[in-house]
Design a protein around this ligand. Structure first.
Ligand SMILES: Cc1cc2nc3c(=O)[nH]c(=O)nc-3n(C[C@H](O)[C@H](O)[C@H](O)COP(=O)(O)O)c2cc1C
Length: 261
């Protein structure tokens, strides 16, 4: 296995896979190791749907916003927060699950994400490539139907798995000064640090080409040399398009029995 620091620092999402299957034993090994992730109060409030069927992956790729790598990857994992199993356990023991507050929902979402990241690390350590797919929240209703998910279980994000067939760039992350705070939250040199990061990202060519054309919510046009991480991320964070915002999620969760006071 790679040195763990080298492994973590070489993460990059893979969006093109070799046709080669992921051996079942390897997949089981990854999933079983990932299940050992920490979990709030040992509740283990998640489920994973393993998808290998070609037609199902094709349908999913479309429902995820036409992302070809979802159809192309040999294995797709739908990562689902699951408060249904716990509700059944409560009933078995003669209790009523109290999921009226957002806390159990947060627990389930965090548990799901922790297992997912374990899957990513184990997969990459074994030469596989991975891409998380939040696109499952584009169409959560039909995807839930496709998987016959019971109420209180929903697709949070997916994971494409397979042997990489391209060499994606490693995207530099925000400077440590912006994300790691010693003893208290600090914003010293904020603007200079953001500008410095913009220049670092610019040099990678990450936002060259069509990504530069991401629509600004106010129709603003900026020169190419000013379009880097801060412009791209601000456009995303300031988006008003209900599709980008996945504005349907609240009503969807309510329909699935997840509504909070
Ligand atoms: C929860 C989550 C959802 C994501 N959804 C998608 C997605 O739907 N499609 C996609 O191509 N990449 C998706 N990504 C991958 C991110 O775009 C990627 O991690 C980010 O740009 C950083 O790039 P890197 O992973 O190559 O370092 C997702 C990542 C996360 C963590």
């Amino acid at each position: 296995m790679n040195d763990i620091f080298t492994l973590l620092k070489s993460h990059r999402s893979i969006r093109k896979y070799k046709p080669e299957a992921v051996p079942d034993e390897l997949l089981d090994k990854i999933l079983n190791a990932a299940r050992q992730a920490p979990t709030s109060s040992n509740l283990q409030a998640y489920s994973i749907i393993v998808v290998k069927e070609r037609e199902k992956k094709k349908a999913l790729a479309h429902l995820c916003g036409d992302q070809p790598w979802v159809a192309q990857c040999p294995v797709f994992l739908a990562m689902c927060p699951d408060l249904h199993r716990l509700e059944r356990v409560c009933r078995l023991r003669g209790y009523e699950q109290n999921d009226r507050y957002i806390e159990l929902f947060i627990v389930a979402v965090v548990d799901t994400a922790l297992v997912a990241q374990n899957i990513l690390v184990a997969a990459e350590a074994n030469g596989l490539g991975v891409c998380f797919i939040g696109g499952v929240r584009n169409n959560p209703e039909p995807i839930s139907k496709l998987f016959q998910l019971p109420d209180k279980v929903f697709p949070l994000f997916g994971i494409c798995l397979g042997y990489p067939d391209h060499d994606a760039i490693i995207k530099p992350r925000l400077l440590p000064e912006l994300v790691i705070h010693r003893e208290e939250y600090r914003e010293d040199n904020f603007e200079a640090l953001v500008a410095q990061y913009d220049r670092i990202v610019e040099a990678t060519g990450l936002y060259d080409g069509p990504r530069r054309k991401t629509k600004s919510p106010d129709g603003r046009i900026v020169p190419d040399e000013e379009y880097s991480w801060s412009e791209h991320s601000s456009r995303r964070a300031a988006a008003t398009d209900p599709k980008v915002l996945r504005a349907h999620m609240r009503a969807f969760l309510k329909r699935r029995g997840l509504q909070f006071e």
